[in-house]
Design a protein around this ligand. Structure first.
Ligand code: AMP
Ligand code: TRP
Length: 344
């Protein structure tokens, strides 16, 4: 394995996905597709973040099967487990330990600004778990435990990475003196591609999400060809032909979303896709999008099904990944404990 030790200018990627329900096209285009591309150039660590998942109630058996499914989806999408590290977060205890230390660095005022907490807690904030409130601190711990430099995510996670930067910089100020090199480099969000925020197929103003009550709102990585086709056929549109400029897409969220999905799936810029379809109706565009989506996603779902036949093998992969992750995490946490003043 290359670059296990971080020296000098080396880049290192960390990213995570929660094992809560099926992965969908938003997870794929916003995150996993980029992970697959980046892993060849930058040493990467990917985690199935089960500690994050339990910040809202989870059914234990379902949590296990979702962890298997997400692992299978990541491998089937092209993550190479010999080149990159893949593991489930709870197998590396250093994540929880560092989260506690960072809880004592992060300020309540910073967490109060987090929009995802407000969305997830809803009206009943008093009843949300302390874990849901502290979720972004655990996420900062995930990233900083490996001294990661780059974090490829969808647009919705940008605020959390900015918080991780604030925590890292505050830690540096508290524990490294002026004449020393900063302990943490500040991690950068990598929000890449034309589908940074994939929207619901039923409402172009709402994010595509695992928790949407309507299955028709999202394309799951496990969907069959027929399901993909039906969902795109029924996807909400507007009555106008497709425009030729980005400006004209501004007030057309559904058209914007479907065209962005097309451009991300075909690795073309949105401008180029607009040129191709300008003046055409959705009845012309949708069959092309269906073909492209099926062509990309079908091999992934077939491979996922194949991998899921042997969940013991998936467990082995995750445990092996966790062992490699700990080789990096343990010495970093030891240094952190030392800086904080713990005897260890
Ligand atoms: P989650 O399912 O919330 O754990 O998200 C895993 C990854 O997928 C994160 O990098 C998210 O930013 C990304 N993601 C989730 N939903 C979307 C979406 N609708 N569009 C783009 N990226 C998304
Ligand atoms: N919070 C992220 C999400 O829901 C998942 C996540 C947890 C993550 N830890 C991370 C992403 C560290 C990037 C880096 O999408």
């Amino acid at each position: 394995m290359k670059n296990l030790q971080l020296d000098g200018e080396k880049k290192r990627i960390f990213s995570g996905v929660q094992p809560t329900g099926n992965l969908h096209l938003g997870n794929y285009l916003g995150a996993i597709k980029n992970w697959v591309n980046l892993q060849n150039d930058i040493f990467s660590i990917f985690s199935i973040v089960d500690l994050h998942a339990i910040t809202v109630p989870q059914e234990p058996l379902k949590l296990k099967s979702s962890t298997h499914e997400v692992a299978a989806a990541i491998i089937a999408s092209g993550i190479d487990i010999d080149k990159s590290i893949l593991f489930n977060q709870s197998l590396v205890k250093e994540h929880s330990e560092l989260a506690w230390i960072l809880n004592c660095v992060c300020r309540i005022g910073w967490l109060n600004r987090m929009t995802q907490f407000k969305e997830k807690a809803g009206k009943n904030k008093e009843n949300a778990t302390v874990g849901l409130y502290g979720y972004p601190v655990l996420m900062a711990a995930d990233i900083l435990l490996y001294k990661s430099t780059h974090v490829p995510v969808g647009d919705d996670q940008k605020q959390h990475i900015e918080l991780a930067r604030d925590i890292a910089s505050s830690f540096n100020n508290m524990f490294t003196s002026d004449n020393e090199e900063d302990f943490f480099t500040l991690p950068k969000p990598q929000i890449i591609g034309e589908a940074k925020r994939v929207m619901s197929l039923r409402d172009g103003t709402k994010k595509m999400s695992k928790s949407d009550a309507s299955d028709a709102s999202r394309i799951n990585l496990t969907d069959t060809k027929e399901e993909i086709s039906n969902k795109i056929k029924k996807a909400k549109t507007d009555p106008h032909p497709l425009p030729s400029t980005l400006q004209e897409l501004k007030d057309r969220p559904e058209a914007h979303n479907l065209l962005s999905i097309y451009s991300s799936l075909s690795d073309q810029t949105l401008e180029k896709v607009l040129k191709e379809f300008s003046g055409k109706g959705f009845s012309y565009f949708k069959p092309k999008l269906i073909d492209l989506a099926v062509e990309t996603l079908n091999p992934i779902s077939l491979e996922m099904r194949n991998l899921l036949k042997d969940t013991n093998q998936i467990d082995k992969v995750l445990k092996n990944g966790a062992q490699k992750a700990r080789e990096i995490a343990e010495p970093v946490l030891k240094d952190i404990k030392n800086l904080v003043g713990f005897i260890n």
